[in-house]
Ligand binder design. Structure first.
Ligand SMILES: [Zn+2]
Length: 194
């Protein structure tokens, strides 16, 4: 799996021009059909339908699905929706209120939080390192009341630093940025991401 730009025509051009590299061995990826179509719930109740591209590495021969950065692996909701839920939780809202606010089932939000609880420390560390690399004079976020909130703060700070470094270039939301930067593993560990 490889997280790519949401602009599918751009990705198709990159693929056909042999500009996408294998995340395992860095050899070039070649088109290899499509994966099954999937529908995801976007912002404000929008439904998005995607048919992710499949590719095959010219080196190690492993196939990789290209996932647009709008979504995260194995989740039915868009990255911005899940990210909004994580941010509300970081601010102290309970999962029932978050679910009601987003118009989703409580079990869905609980599932995100359970998954993120196991990833928060790794996410916090990843984006703290990214912040130091991106910012000329990095300002570390204050310690938050929970590991979850610390991780959310680190993502927000790293996204802000990336946007400052490349003014006008970074047009994606912070959670799309986060998913792409961490290989889609905001909620899934490296071994379970597929
Ligand atoms: Zn490879």
């Amino acid at each position: 799996m490889l997280i790519v730009d949401s602009d599918l025509l751009l990705v198709e051009r990159q693929l056909r021009a042999s500009k996408l590299a294998c995340p395992l061995c860095s050899s070039l990826l070649a088109p290899w059909g499509h994966s099954r179509p999937r529908g995801i719930r976007g912002d404000l109740g929008a439904r998005l339908f995607l048919r992710p591209r499949r590719t095959r590495c010219s080196g190690c021969k492993v196939t990789h699905v290209l996932l647009a950065e709008v979504l995260w692996p194995r989740r039915a909701d868009a990255a911005v929706v899940i990210g909004a839920g994580l941010e509300m939780t970081a601010l102290g809202m309970g999962h029932r209120r978050v679910a009601a606010y987003l118009g989703l089932a409580e079990g869905t939000v609980r599932g995100w939080l359970r998954a993120f609880a196991g990833r928060a420390e790794a996410v916090r560390r990843h984006f703290t390192v990214a912040l130091v690399a991106l910012a000329d004079d990095p300002v570390m976020p204050d310690a938050a009341p929970s590991t979850l909130a610390d991780a959310v703060s680190a993502v927000v700070a790293a996204h802000r630093a990336a946007a400052t470094k490349r003014p006008g270039m970074l047009t994606v939301s912070r959670w799309e940025f986060a998913g792409r930067a961490i290989g889609g593993r905001v909620l899934t560990s490296p071994s379970s991401a597929s």
